[in-house]
Design a protein around this ligand. Structure first.
Ligand SMILES: Nc1nc2c(ncn2[C@@H]2O[C@H](COP(=O)(O)OP(=O)(O)OP(=O)(O)O)[C@@H](O)[C@H]2O)c(=O)[nH]1
Ligand SMILES: [Mg+2]
Length: 250
């Protein structure tokens, strides 16, 4: 399967180079697209220096907007692996995502243990949102917040996506599962170092939980876009409670 890596990046110059270097060091290095979201720290220059294709926004719009732009730019690929620019997603795990997709998954989710490396507030929010997402998706989602994923082309082509910030990643899991796409999970290490989070609690946490509330409502009142997508996906078998990906999450 022909896969491209997509790296959404905001103020990521400090760690992006190493991520791109490690992607290039893989046995089958993927093409890489970096979407630089109005960074002011040389992120785009670092990306170009390390051989990535770069799309730059004039001002900051949010991770979800950057992902959507990347998905559009990469529509010729069978799959898109998204990974963060801040070094929290080891590029060496990428082949495992591809293996899970080749084994039949449509959407492969990176899953981190909620271990002591993860800040306590994140652990709590992650457990709560992952439990809620599992309920909505009717398939196990042990880490709804992890941005390390593989999306098969069919998922990106069929699932209605609302641009935004971090909440895009919650929405797409639930909607893809509701459309019958198969999820799998791949365990990745929990990495927290001196990288700087761009999450703003007052801005982003309400957006994520607001999205979960909206998706709960959508379960009984699907929006027109989801009704149309369901009709188009009508021949797909009902979501199977698939085995978790090749590596079991905690
Ligand atoms: N394009 C774009 N990317 C962003 C934006 N905010 C964050 N990112 C990128 O999205 C990835 C994840 O951002 P983080 O702020 O680290 O979020 P996180 O990893 O989910 O949260 P932490 O657990 O706090 O690290 C990184 O690659 C960032 O560079 C943004 O506004 N636009
Ligand atoms: Mg991060």
């Amino acid at each position: 399967m022909r896969v491209s890596a997509l790296v959404p990046a905001y103020q990521a110059a400090a760690h992006l180079g190493e991520v791109l270097l490690r992607l290039r060091g893989l046995p089958r290095p993927p093409d890489v697209l970096v979407v630089d979201d109005g960074s002011r720290d040389g992120t785009a220059e670092v990306a170009r220096q390390f051989g990535a294709r770069v799309v730059s926004f004039a001002g900051n719009r949010g991770k979800g907007h950057a992902l959507l732009e990347g998905f559009r730019a990469l529509e010729d690929y069978d799959g898109v692996v998204t990974l963060d620019a801040d070094g929290q997603h080891p590029p060496e795990c990428l082949p495992e995502f591809v293996r899970a997709a080749e084994a039949g998954a449509d959407l492969v989710l990176g899953t981190r243990a909620r271990s002591a490396e993860m800040p306590a507030g994140r652990r709590f929010a992650n457990a709560f949102s992952s439990g809620w997402t599992t309920w909505l998706a009717s398939q196990p989602v042990h880490d709804s917040q992890c941005g390390y994923r593989l999306y098969r082309r069919a998922v990106l082509a069929s699932t209605p996506i609302t641009p935004g910030r971090y909440e895009l990643e919650t929405e797409i899991v639930v909607r893809a599962a509701r459309l019958g796409f198969r999820l799998a999970e791949v365990e990745i290490p929990t990495v927290y170092g001196e990288e700087k989070s761009q999450i703003r609690a007052l801005r982003d946490v309400p957006r994520i939980f607001g999205t979960l509330a909206r998706l709960t409502l959508e379960g009984v009142m699907p929006p027109a876009a989801m009704r149309a997508a369901s009709r188009a996906e009508g021949t797909r078998p009902p979501p199977a409670r698939t085995p978790r990906g090749p590596a079991a999450a905690p």
